[in-house]
Design a binder for this molecule. Sequence first.
Ligand SMILES: Cc1cc2nc3c(=O)[nH]c(=O)nc-3n(C[C@H](O)[C@H](O)[C@H](O)COP(=O)(O)OP(=O)(O)OC[C@H]3O[C@@H](n4cnc5c(N)ncnc54)[C@H](O)[C@@H]3O)c2cc1C
Length: 472
Amino acid sequence: MEKLRLAIVGAGPAGIYAADILLKRDRPFDVSIDLFDQLPAPYGLVRYGVAPDHPRIKGIITALREVLDTGAIRIFGNVDFGRDLTLDDLKQHYHAVIFATGAVRDAPLDIPGIDLPGSYGAADFVSWYDGHPDVPRDWPLEAREIAVIGNGNVALDVARMLAKHPDDLLPTEIPGNVHAGLAASPVTDVHVFGRRGPMQVKFTPLELRELGEVPDVEIVVHDEDFDYDEASRAAISTNKQLVVIDRIFTKWRDASRAGGSTATDTGRGRERRRLHLHFFANPVEVLGDADGRVAGFRYERTEPDGAGGVRGTGELREVPVQAVYRAVGYFGSPLDGVPFDERRGVIPNHEGQVLHDADARDNDLLPGVYATGWIKRGPVGLIGHTKSDAMETVEHLVNDSGSWWTPAHPDEQAVLDLLAGRGVEFTDLDGWHALDEHEIALGADAGRTRVKVVPRDEMVAISNRRTPSLVE
Ligand SMILES: Cc1cc2nc3c(=O)[nH]c(=O)nc-3n(C[C@H](O)[C@H](O)[C@H](O)COP(=O)(O)OP(=O)(O)OC[C@H]3O[C@@H](n4cnc5c(N)ncnc54)[C@H](O)[C@@H]3O)c2cc1C
């Protein structure tokens, strides 16, 4: 074997890190990598998931871009695996494939009323405010009171984006229609509900602290939630993150007990919004009004069960809200011809080597097929975790050289011909640079760092320099 022709499907952090690790690793063969993504632009959830007011995290794009700019990887954007390219095609053109397709759907929450008009999945809302090309450009922001169900970082992102005064988002890259939509929102109160206690949350201290720094937004917590049981006290004593989280809550509780405010007051005369954090609140039902629209949220008060979990108390409570957002996790999507674990929403694998099916043993491997990132491990963990994921997967890929595929058309031109023959209008690295420069120029006109281009056809046209008037 002189040269490994490798396909990577998914140009999010997991796919890009896998390419980088393979290129930098000692190995007895050359590599040639083609990176495919269904979107015209790379970076996955870093571009279309990380909140726009997190510029430091968005900045990871700079490091990912450096990997792409080494020139050792070809990127093919706007190519959908399953529609434009199949597993059989890949077997004809490559020795192996790594799937790094992440997770883009909301996990389900099975309670009555969850499908009422006015009840939304967080993933859809995130895609809207981050300018994803495949979601409608209008988002109904008509509610004064809103419930967000979930106690992870995504729930806090959604709550913060809903509560934040829209002008405070202007320095970010949010598209114009998102700013206009948020500016029309009459919201006064956002309620976040977690099933368990404050010491069992899944969010990180940084995200929590940030809530208290949102200008002209008051944080409301309730003393009844902070009567820690033995398990919570034990958790604090062994977990530094929880020490910080406890300190943040204590500061907010002290401020409201002293009759003061947790809010950073800008003195700009804006009406102060409130962000309430409710714990020990198990979702029971989304309530509808006479027209069948969301009118309230019913939950059961829970209590610690003594072992770090909770049990129901039977006490039901209701909060009037006109919209509900569920942020109870993301879920992977199946790929045509590729095994899928319906229960966990991942490609079944052993350390990144794909297995024949979800019930297969660890040695029942599908030759030539690998997985990395959220589609390998499930939708948990930060961007950094996808790097260690990729290392493990690449290690197996390199060691498995004896079981790679034997492609009939391994030359680099063949896949270009295949896509061209199918009329697939793919974008490449130069195209991404063109789109990137265009977005930065749009931002400069408005005194902002970048303004995202949203419609897919416009992204493709600018990338492929088909519409010179748009690029200038
Ligand atoms: C709302 C939200 C906020 C987050 N905020 C942070 C944060 O602040 N800090 C942090 O460290 N982490 C954050 N994360 C986590 C981080 O985004 C993930 O850890 C990381 O993006 C997972 O990487 P991935 O490459 O596995 O998946 P993704 O980033 O989802 O990339 C998958 C790529 O595969 C492509 N793809 C999917 N299906 C196909 C197909 N059929 N054909 C071709 N291409 C396909 C997708 O278009 C996408 O580009 C956040 C996640 C979410 C959901």
